[in-house]
Ligand binder design. Structure first.
Ligand code: IPM
Ligand code: MG
Length: 353
């Protein structure tokens, strides 16, 4: 019995950071009554090198049967020359769409003891706690037609298509309104309605959903202004809901507010609350194999997994509290200005558990 977990280490620093997160899972099993069976699968460059596919069929089968998936990161320079549909990132994009993981939750929390590691002034960022709800399976990432074609005059033209169906907007809006109602009941929807028809539809639908559910105050912001406001006065935001592309960009901005992108976890959920959990950061090929990467984003992703897919909120609290305590004690990997190794950080967190 217990939960079925699938672990996908991926590329670059993926295996190193995932190893620390698995130590945390093992500790929960040995000391806190957590029950889980952990299987491993291939994705990204690791899948390409072993079986010629960034998302091997076997991985997808296991993923479908699992309760939750923990992913490291994918990509690296050795696969940069491949055609687009064979690249490591395709593994990630395909698993997101195959499991219909449309709701991507990206919290950006500044831990009190890290206030000075942000590049922004402490008085601007201290106490920051925002959540970006990013639509993950639609928009310009997946729209058709797409490609590079040759025009009559011989010049080449690249094209992608941005589409959203009402039902796609509605379901992500529901998730965002629901989450906002459990926090400060304040929701900001980000779009580009002064230029794009898709955004006009987005704005109308989000308003409709919010009015129908009630209890949450909604404002709309254009994406360029939102990017500026996130740097100018980030604490004006609580929950932000936005499309796939804008969410990709704004979540990197939010990450930096918290001092290091090495701190940020994420959850990608479908309507059955099956989820994939991964750090917001990438595979950092330049850091791979050196044992210097920060495993906290991956360990906090385990906490999100416990909360959102496995209905173990008490264990999620325990993991988050353990991270907070080691940070309060001064534990710092290189990205946070320290010299602690990946494994030492993992061990310190496990020690607190
Ligand atoms: C992310 C990443 C991915 C994305 C890439 C690796 C395809 O940047 O998860 O934010 O653009 O969604
Ligand atoms: Mg990104």
């Amino acid at each position: 019995m217990g939960h079925n977990l699938l672990v996908l280490e991926g590329d670059g620093i993926g295996p190193e950071i995932v190893a620390e997160a698995v130590k945390v899972i093992d500790r929960l099993c040995s000391h806190h009554g957590f029950q889980a069976s952990v299987e491993y699968g291939l994705i990204g460059g690791a899948g390409i090198d072993s079986v010629g596919s960034p998302l091997p069929e076997e991985t997808l089968e296991c993923a479908r049967l699992s309760d939750a998936i923990l992913l490291g990161a994918v990509g690296g320079i050795e696969w940069d020359g491949l055609e687009r549909h064979l690249r490591p990132e395709q593994g990630l994009l395909r698993i997101r769409t195959s499991l219909d993981l449309f709701a991507n939750l990206r919290p950006a929390i500044l831990y009190p003891s890290l206030t000075d590691t942000s590049t922004l002034k402490p008085e601007v960022v201290s106490g920051l706690d925002i959540l970006i709800v990013r639509e993950l399976t639609g928009g310009i990432y997946f729209g058709h037609p797409r490609g590079i074609s040759e025009l009559d005059d011989g010049e080449k033209q690249g094209f992608n298509t941005l589409t959203y169906r009402e039902s796609e907007i509605e379901r992500i809006a529901r998730v965002a309104v629901d989450i906002a109602s459990k926090r400060s009941a304040k929701l900001c929807s980000v779009d580009k309605a002064n230029v794009l028809e898709v955004s006009e539809l987005w704005r109308g639908k989000v308003t409709e959903v919010c009015d129908a559910i009630g209890g949450v105050s909604l404002n709309h912001m254009l994406v360029d202004n939102a990017a500026m406001q996130m740097i100018r006065e980030p604490r004006q935001f609580d929950v932000i809901v936005t499309d796939n592309m804008f969410g990709d960009i704004l979540s990197d901005v939010a990450a930096m507010l918290t001092g290091s992108i090495g701190m940020l976890p994420s959850a990608s959920l479908n309507s059955r609350n099956q989820g994939m959990y991964e750090p917001v950061h990438g595979s950092a090929p330049d850091m791979a194999g050196k044992g210097i990467a920060n495993p906290i984003a991956t360990i906090l992703s385990v906490a999100m997994m416990l909360r959102y897919s496995l209905e173990e909120p008490d264990l999620a609290d325990k993991v988050e509290a353990a991270v907070q305590r080691v940070l309060d004690d001064g534990a710092r990997t290189a990205d946070l200005g320290g010299s602690m190794s990946t494994a030492a950080m993992g061990d310190a967190i496990v020690g607190q558990l």
